[in-house]
Design a protein around this ligand. Structure first.
Ligand code: AMP
Length: 592
């Protein structure tokens, strides 16, 4: 019999699907009821084991493990504050700087510092913590969606290129680390968690071959598919776009039982050989559905038994909700978890809710969490159990791997509680102006890119008077649009089209490595576009803002726009459009 779960979970429709699920739900209940004591224990454990680290000794913690001493002695830091120590570890210093446990690898965050991904030190046991959070997702989902053990999940999961630091440690994204771990590769069979994608396809570093094999498997197993997903909404849309571009070849492979010769990766070929059998009927079905110009509801048409989409559509991903609704015929979208390279934070206990209502419950066993009330000084941090409903906070983290009072940069709003555990709405990431997928471009980076590009205009006696930007995600892949108002001092030598095209590329060269990797390796961001607008356009923009109540004295040109009337105004003043003619430079190696 199942263990009885004295459940305060939000109106689950069913009882736990298995004894294993009941245990997981019980665990969630225990953690969320005892938030404060679990947090106290976690801090004690972290400080106790790391007492002899250089970092804690530097602040004379003297072995103390209580919150009061910790808060009074340890400063709140940003990545830049601890970068010298991180660089030492990267260069091969094996002394216990942040953690007495050896640093097993670096996780490369999509957040950047000076143009390169931030390097997050991690320790081996963190994999267990990540695995633990993953193990809680399906038990919650099974409460809301019955029968997921009767079919499979079509998940588009990818690894990215790995690199090594000068000291020899691996540096790779957290999901690349997880998919390459035994935790993932040799996971025990779980009928609720069967994927259509074979490990060989997920672990293929070539993004085209990986996507091709995963899509092919998804099509072959179409009748079994019960849920379709990717980590982020942008990834799922990329998969749909891929199908648009490749369905003919995919249908050919299915019809003939042969594999596209562009798939050269030996493990992928070998595993596809076992899966692929001639199936002209299925090939015809795929052809009929994809041949149609209208791709509305394509997900439901090709995978008719899909019950929901498993994708994150909160935060920057919310921009993709309408497009996903279009392609899926309004299937529910489940945002199941909230995580980062630094730490996996928590999960959504009501995963079938509307995207606008998603809240994440931070699990107090994952790390020690503090919260900086929005706009307050760093002396006012609040504990996880003490945050207040409807207030906004910045998340501060102390991890087992040794990050101490680290500013993640996420702004969260408390919406309520599950037992004693606060539930948070993801509001935004600090300082992010433009984002298409995992790229995060801030105002300073955009400014720097504009300055570099405008150097090309100098010889034409032309300068950029004003600019703003827009993340255009109407088409897949999305791309950055930069609006420029130019001052052409001598129209006889005004910059020609090819100069402005090169300005686009120059801007791309100046953007951070996550952006350039998405452009080059993943093809998940399209060429950057510059739209030159008529002289006086930005003054009109100001007039418009003032007519809506902005103060003339305090008016600043918005460096990113999305409000429809402003977009309409800008677009109606466009005199020419220019696109990056080439790919920017990118290799897995870091520039610094
Ligand atoms: P990374 O360090 O590259 O893994 O990126 C982690 C960041 O992605 C987080 O700090 C958030 O800003 C964002 N993120 C992760 N999960 C979610 C989510 N469920 N909703 C919104 N943003 C998220």
């Amino acid at each position: 019999m199942f263990m009885a779960v004295e459940s305060t979970l939000p109106t689950p429709v069913r009882t736990p699907a298995s004894e294993k699920d009941a245990k997981a739900l019980q665990f969630i209940e225990e953690m969320t009821k005892n938030v404060d004591s679990v947090q106290e224990r976690v801090l004690r454990e972290i400080l106790g084991r790391n007492a002899e680290t250089e970092y804690l000794k530097r602040f004379s913690l003297n072995g103390a493990t209580d919150r009061e001493t910790f808060k009074s002695r340890i400063p709140v830091v940003t990545y830049e504050d601890i970068q010298p120590e991180i660089q030492r570890i990267a260069n091969g210093d094996k002394s216990p700087i942040f953690s007495v446990h050896p640093i097993s690898e670096f996780l490369t965050s999509s957040g950047t510092s000076a143009g390169e991904r931030k390097l997050m030190p991690t320790i081996h046991e963190e994999l267990d913590r990540r695995q633990l959070l993953y193990s809680l997702l399906m038990p919650v989902m099974n409460l809301y969606v019955p029968g997921l053990d009767k079919g499979k999940g079509l998940y588009f999961l990818f690894v990215k290129a790995e690199t090594k630091t000068p000291g020899g440690l691996l540096a790779r994204p957290v999901l690349t680390s997880y998919y390459n771990s035994d935790h993932f590769k040799t996971r025990p069979y779980d009928p609720f968690n069967v994927y259509t994608s074979p490990n060989e396809a997920i672990l293929c570093v070539d993004s085209f071959q990986s996507m091709y094999a995963q899509m092919l498997c998804g099509l072959i197993m179409r009748d079994e598919v019960r849920r379709v997903g990717a980590v982020f909404a942008s990834g799922l849309l990329r998969a749909i776009h891929f199908l648009q571009n490749n369905w003919k070849q995919l249908a050919h492979d299915i019809a003939t039982g042969t594999l596209n010769p562009k798939i050269t990766d030996a493990p992928v070929r070998e595993c596809m050989r076992k899966i692929l059998k001639p199936n002209p009927e299925l090939a015809q079905l795929v052809t009929i559905e994809c041949y149609e110009e209208n791709w509305e509801c394509i997900i439901k048409r090709i995978w008719p038994r899909t019950k929901y989409l498993d994708v994150i559509v909160t935060g920057a991903m919310a921009q993709y909700i309408p497009t996903l609704e279009y392609y899926s015929g309004c299937l529910p979208m489940a945002c199941t978890m909230y995580a980062s390279s630094e730490c996996y934070f928590g999960l959504n206990l009501n995963p079938m809710c509307k995207p606008s209502e998603v809240t994440y419950t931070i699990m107090p066993n994952m790390a020690y969490f503090e919260f900086l009330p929005h706009g307050s000084s760093t002396s006012c941090l609040v504990d996880l159990a003490d945050v207040e409903v409807s207030k906004e906070y910045e998340l501060i983290l102390t991890t087992y791997a040794g990050l101490c009072r680290y500013r993640v940069g996420d702004i969260l709003r408390v919406t309520g509680f599950h037992n004693a555990a606060p539930q948070f709405r993801f509001i935004r990431r600090k300082n992010v102006l433009l984002s298409i997928e995992s790229d995060k471009t801030d105002e300073a980076e955009l400014q720097n890119a504009i300055e570099n590009a405008s150097l090309l205009l100098k010889e034409f006696n032309t300068s950029v008077v004003e600019y703003t930007s827009y993340a255009d995600t109407k088409q897949i892949p999305g791309h950055y649009v930069i609006y420029w108002e130019l001052l052409v001092k001598d129209s006889a030598i005004a910059p020609a089209d090819d100069v402005l095209n090169r300005c686009c590329l120059q801007m791309e060269e100046s953007l951070n490595s996550v952006y350039r990797q998405s452009r080059v390796a993943d093809n998940s961001i399209g060429p950057l576009e510059i739209r030159v607008v008529e002289n006086g356009t930005f003054e009109e923009l100001m007039d418009y803002a003032i007519s809506r109540g902005a103060s003339i004295n305090q008016y600043k040109v918005p460096r990113c726009v999305s409000f429809t009337p402003i977009m309409e105004l800008l677009n109606s003043r466009v005199v020419s459009k220019h696109f990056s003619p080439d790919l920017p430079h990118w290799t897995p190696e870091r520039r610094r």
